[in-house]
Design a protein around this ligand. Structure first.
Ligand SMILES: O=C(O)CCC(=O)C(=O)O
Length: 290
């Protein structure tokens, strides 16, 4: 993309419906790739510009295991430049259209940095972690900040797996399992499904969208280059907290934002990026602002 907005095509929407994911170009303005990579440097050394700590800080310079994929969730609370990318209205509109929602709110961003030699992320389904809100649905925009390759441990999707049954999914380790595909292989065998794994190989600034029930994960980085991605995980603008699920999945982390007396998901914490009636949470940063 230049500085223009991302516009989903009908063919991309059809591929997403069929496969449970779609690989695209032009998600991030090339002029912002360098500045966004510098945000990763700052956040992974604990420099949180707004003074607000991200919700999950799973790796920090100095004490993080060098063989693990570095991960921070909800870096947007800590850094305005990250916020101005993951809170984009055009991405919210694309995700809403793919998911069939009237609008989109952010649930979580994810900064993932897999340096050369870092280990895998196990295959999983995002929706399985979300018993704490309803509808229990997520759809995701995955934005590469570096060129990606199969050898470099890019994300992999199991084609069509969003249509496999949801019950009795095997669970496994997320960080660095020995065989990152073991869970999806077991699920495919259980459902008598063909396992067709597709790596997301794109230039920096490209990426993908995926459905919340699509099995995905990634292998080790056996290349000589870094693999950084900025991930936007969304829910429907109409979603509400679901208290019976607060203790499961990642409910213990995100249910802290619930009001004591109602199930509304406060827009201060889960802002609405785009809604079909033109509404967007007031005051969100616009692309390229800092
Ligand atoms: O980038 C990866 O390796 C996996 C990312 C992921 O799990 C996601 O975007 O939902």
């Amino acid at each position: 993309m230049g500085t223009g907005a991302f516009r989903l095509t009908d063919d991309q929407a059809a591929a997403f419906a069929m496969d449970g994911f779609v690989v695209v170009d032009g998600l991030v303005d090339p002029a912002l790739l360098g500045p966004l990579r510098r945000c990763f440097d700052r956040l992974f050394r604990g420099d949180f510009a707004t003074g607000v700590e991200p919700d999950e800080v799973n790796w920090q310079e100095g004490d993080g295991d060098p063989t693990l994929t570095r991960q921070i969730c909800n870096g947007w609370r800590a850094d305005r430049r990250i916020a101005s990318t993951v809170l984009r209205a055009d991405l919210g509109e694309a995700v809403a259209r793919l998911a069939g929602w009237p609008g989109t709110r952010i649930i979580q961003d994810n900064l993932l940095w897999k340096p050369p030699g870092a280990r895998s992320l196990g295959f999983h389904r995002d929706n399985a972690y979300l018993p704490w809100y309803r509808p229990q649905e997520m759809a995701t925009c995955w934005m590469a900040l570096d060129d990606t390759s199969a050898a470099g441990g890019t994300a992999e999707f199991a084609r069509g797996s969003h249509r496999w049954p949801h019950q009795d999914d095997p669970t496994g380790e997320f960080h660095a399992p020995q065989d990152h595909r073991a869970t999806v292989a077991e699920a495919a065998a259980r459902h008598d499904a063909v396992l067709d794994i597709v790596p997301v190989e794109v230039g920096a600034g490209g990426g993908s969208f995926h459905h919340g029930w699509t099995w995905h994960g990634s292998g080790p980085n056996d290349s000589g280059t870094d693999r950084r991605v900025l991930v936007l995980h969304c829910a429907s603008s109409e979603s509400r907290f679901h208290r019976p699920g607060f203790d499961d999945g990642n409910g213990p982390i995100y249910s802290r934002y619930a009001h004591p007396d109602d199930d509304a998901m406060d827009e201060a914490h889960f802002p609405i990026l785009w809604r079909e009636d033109g509404y967007r949470t007031p005051g969100l940063p616009e692309p390229g602002s800092r």
